[in-house]
Design a protein around this ligand. Structure first.
Ligand SMILES: [Zn+2]
Length: 403
C-alpha cells in the first residue's frame, strides 16, 4: 500500500541526437512508495490522486544507491583527529607498522567504524563489504566493534563482514581465530596473498576453501602478488572453486597480476573466471607504480567487476575519500571514457549492475524495486560520474537520511 509520494523526480528516459551529439533525455515523474518498495511510477500530471505525505524532490535526478564492495571499517583513524599514513619502505614494514598500533586502536573500533559508515551513507552507499582484521595481535576485538557499528545502521544498509587474516592465515592460531570469527558474526572468509604472505599457495587456498565449506560462507581473497605468482594463484583458486562447486560464491580483490601478463594469458583466465563466476573487486589504484587488472576486458568477458573505496584515512592511506563515485570517475579518466554513453555505462560498477538506461532503454527504477535513491542536481548520470557532485539527498528504505 502506498504510504508516501515523491514528486518532481527527474528520470532518464532515453538517448537522442541533439545538435549532432548524443544526449540523455529526461522527464519529471511522480513516484509512489510503501515502507520499502516502489509501488508506482507516473509521468508528472498523470498520477492518481493521493492525499498522504508528499516529498518534493525539486527536479533532482534519481540515481540507484551505490555499493562499496571493498572496505576496511576497522582501520580508519576517523574521530581521532588528523594523522597521516605511517611512512614505510616495504609491504612487510607496512604490516609491522600496523601491528604496532592495532592494540591501541582496538578499543575505539566501534566509534571509528560508525563515523566511516555515516560518511559512506551520506555519499549514497547502502551496501558495505568490509574486511575485518583477524590477527594474532588483537584476535577478534575489531570484529566485535565493527559488528556493533553495522548493526546500528541495519535499518538502512546491508553488509558483508569478511574475516580477514591481514597478517597471514597459516601462522600462530589464526585458522582457529578465523573459525571463531565465523561463529561470531563474520559472514565471509577472507585471505591474503597465499604466495607472498603465506608462502604456500595451495595450502593457504585449501585452508580458505575448507573454512568456507565448513561455514557455508562466501569468499573474498586479497591478491596483491604480481606477475606469474599472482596468475598462478588465480589459476589454483579457479581449480579449487570448480572442485568444490563454489561457482558464484567467491571474489578476488585487487588481482593486479592479471594486468601483468600477456593478452592470451589474460583471455584464458578471464574465460575461466567467467565460467566459475568469480568476481573481481577493484579499488582503482592509481599512480606511476600501480597496475590495474584489465577491468574493461574482464567485463567484456562476462566477469562481474565491482569497485570499493578500500580503507581510507588510516595507517595505509591518507588521500582516499569515502566516495566510491570518485573511484568510478578516476576509472573513467584512466581508461579514456569521456562520452555520454561511455561514462553512463560504467555506473553499474558501483551499483551492483543497476543503471537508469541499458542500451538506451529505461531499466531503473521500476515498480517493485526497493525504495533506495540518491537524488542529485544533474542533467544525466554521465554528468554525475564526470563531476562527482557532493550535494546528495539520500533515501534508503523510503526514508530521507538525516545526520
Ligand atoms: Zn583491502
Amino acid at each position: 500500500m502506498t504510504t508516501k509520494r515523491l514528486i518532481n523526480v527527474k528520470l532518464e528516459t532515453g538517448r537522442l541526437i541533439n545538435e549532432g551529439q548524443l544526449r540523455t533525455s529526461t522527464a519529471l515523474y511522480t513516484i509512489d512508495l510503501d515502507d520499502t518498495l516502489i509501488t508506482g511510477i507516473y509521468l508528472k500530471d498523470q498520477e492518481p490522486i493521493f492525499t498522504g505525505p508528499t516529498i518534493d524532490i525539486k527536479g533532482r535526478l534519481a540515481m540507484p544507491p551505490f555499493k562499496d564492495m571493498h572496505n576496511h571499517l576497522d582501520k580508519t583513524y576517523m574521530t581521532l583527529g588528523w594523522r597521516a599514513a605511517l611512512p614505510v619502505g616495504s609491504f612487510p614494514e607496512r604490516l609491522a607498522a600496523e601491528a604496532s598500533e592495532l592494540p591501541l586502536l582496538a578499543p575505539s573500533t566501534e566509534r571509528r567504524a560508525k563515523a566511516m559508515i555515516e560518511s559512506l551513507m551520506k555519499r549514497g552507499i547502502n551496501h558495505i563489504r568490509t574486511h575485518v582484521n583477524i590477527d594474532p595481535y588483537i584476535g577478534l576485538e575489531n570484529l566485535e566493534g565493527v559488528l556493533n557499528a553495522l548493526q546500528h545502521y541495519d535499518k538502512f544498509i546491508t553488509y558483508d563482514i569478511v574475516a580477514f587474516p591481514q597478517h597471514g592465515l597459516l601462522r600462530d592460531k589464526v585458522p582457529q581465530l578465523m573459525r571463531e570469527a565465523l561463529r561470531s558474526g563474520a559472514t565471509m572468509v577472507g585471505g591474503l596473498d597465499p604466495g607472498g604472505i603465506d608462502n604456500a599457495v595451495e595450502r593457504s587456498l585449501d585452508e580458505i576453501m575448507s573454512l568456507a565449506t565448513l561455514f557455508d560462507a562466501d569468499v573474498d581473497i586479497h591478491l596483491h602478488d604480481r606477475g606469474h605468482l599472482g596468475t598462478y594463484t588465480y589459476s589454483k583458486w579457479l581449480d579449487i572453486v570448480a572442485e568444490n562447486h563454489y561457482q558464484g560464491r567467491t571474489a578476488i580483490s585487487h588481482g593486479f597480476s592479471l594486468g601483468d601478463v600477456s593478452i592470451p594469458e589474460q583471455d584464458e583466465l578471464i574465460a575461466r573466471l567467467n565460467e566459475q563466476d568469480v568476481k573481481i573487486m577493484s579499488t582503482i589504484p592509481y599512480g606511476l607504480t600501480h597496475q590495474m587488472p584489465p577491468i574493461d576486458r574482464l567485463r567484456q568477458g562476462g566477469v562481474n567487476v565491482h569497485l570499493g573505496c578500500d580503507g581510507f584515512y588510516d595507517s595505509w592511506s591518507s588521500c582516499v575519500s569515502s566516495d566510491v563515485l570518485e573511484k568510478l570517475s578516476t576509472f573513467c579518466e584512466l581508461t579514456g571514457k569521456i562520452t555520454e554513453e561511455g561514462l553512463a555505462d560504467s555506473l553499474s560498477l558501483i551499483t551492483n549492475g543497476k543503471q537508469p538506461l541499458t542500451m538506451g532503454q529505461l531499466t531503473w527504477p521500476l515498480v517493485g524495486d526497493s525504495a533506495d535513491f540518491i537524488f542529485i542536481e544533474a542533467a544525466a548520470s554521465a554528468e554525475i560520474i564526470a563531476r562527482k557532485p557532493i550535494d546528495r539527498l539520500v533515501m534508503f528504505n523510503s526514508q530521507i537520511l538525516q545526520f
